[in-house]
Design a protein around this ligand. Structure first.
Ligand SMILES: Cc1cc2nc3c(=O)[nH]c(=O)nc-3n(C[C@H](O)[C@H](O)[C@H](O)COP(=O)(O)OP(=O)(O)OC[C@H]3O[C@@H](n4cnc5c(N)ncnc54)[C@H](O)[C@@H]3O)c2cc1C
Length: 234
């Protein structure tokens, strides 16, 4: 993607002691000790990671729901955010097209396939300009923004604050880092994962496409990166 078309993604909130919190949740299930004692007495990272890996790979996912992270996201298309908001365990606050009137040319995202073709890019921009003019005519005529926005395209840029717990983030990464996911949401989710991994490197093995986590591809149209279930005979 062109830099000016790239999502802007920042991790703005995460708990302290993420690893220790998940470990305490895991250990509490198998210990007679009080959780607070487990929390206060543990600092061995290798030991914590070993238990966490065992618990997560056995599907005991409630242990990772205690961790909530928040991202500030901008410069993404409504086409992209529409896909993100399908994830039902996430919380969103998105720039409203009802309350925020577009002034002048609205911001929009040009897909790279169009961006790299000069002729098609010029047509795309021309079309956005026409939409902008029509939108402005409606606004000037006193049409409320909530109605004028009906002419705004999927390409219109948006901003949102998005929060989710670690279980949902792993699920999001597994689905949306897959090469079958659309390029823009894939780029955005990759940036979300990278921002968190920069601060919590132990999460790297979990924030991967589903084929890497499960060892096979379950997509109908596989990209060929991993063997499909059929190829593996199950
Ligand atoms: C490559 C790709 C292509 C897609 N194409 C289309 C498409 O053509 N059309 C379309 O409409 N959508 C499409 N989607 C969106 C997809 O159908 C899901 O809506 C989206 O990925 C959210 O996934 P989810 O439901 O697993 O996750 P989330 O909503 O994030 O939920 C996480 C998990 O919680 C559980 N869960 C959540 N809600 C319920 C519930 N009500 N009942 C039972 N369990 C629940 C499920 O286990 C679910 O996997 C596509 C997604 C991808 C990744």
């Amino acid at each position: 993607m062109e830099e000016n078309n790239k999502p802007i993604v920042n991790l703005i909130s995460k708990p302290k002691n993420m690893l220790k919190t998940v470990y305490t949740a895991c250990r509490t299930c198998y210990s007679a000790d009080y959780p607070i004692n487990i929390f206060n007495s543990t600092n061995d990272e290798e030991k914590m990671l070993k238990l966490i890996e065992r618990v997560i790979s056995s599907g005991h996912y409630s242990t990772i729901e205690h961790i909530q992270v928040t991202f500030a996201i901008s410069n993404v298309s409504r086409a992209c955010t529409h896909q993100l908001v399908r994830h039902r365990h996430m919380s969103f606050s998105q720039k409203s097209q009802r309350y925020v009137k577009e002034k002048g040319q609205f911001d929009y995202i040009i897909p790279p396939t169009i961006e790299k073709n000069d002729e098609l890019k010029a047509k795309f921009i021309n079309f956005m300009n026409k939409i902008s003019e029509q939108y402005q005519e409606f606004i000037d005529a006193g049409i409320p923004a909530e109605d004028a926005r009906f002419v705004l395209p999927n390409a219109a840029a948006s901003s949102l604050v998005a929060s989710l717990n670690l279980r949902e983030l792993i699920h999001l990464a597994n689905l949306r880092l897959c090469t079958r996911a659309q390029y823009e949401i894939r780029t955005m989710v990759k940036m979300m994962c990278e921002a968190l991994v920069a601060e919590e490197p132990w999460l790297k093995p979990y924030l991967v496409p589903k084929c890497e986590r499960f060892g096979f591809c379950d997509e109908d149209k596989s990209c060929g990166r991993m063997k499909t279930r059929e190829q593996l005979g199950f």
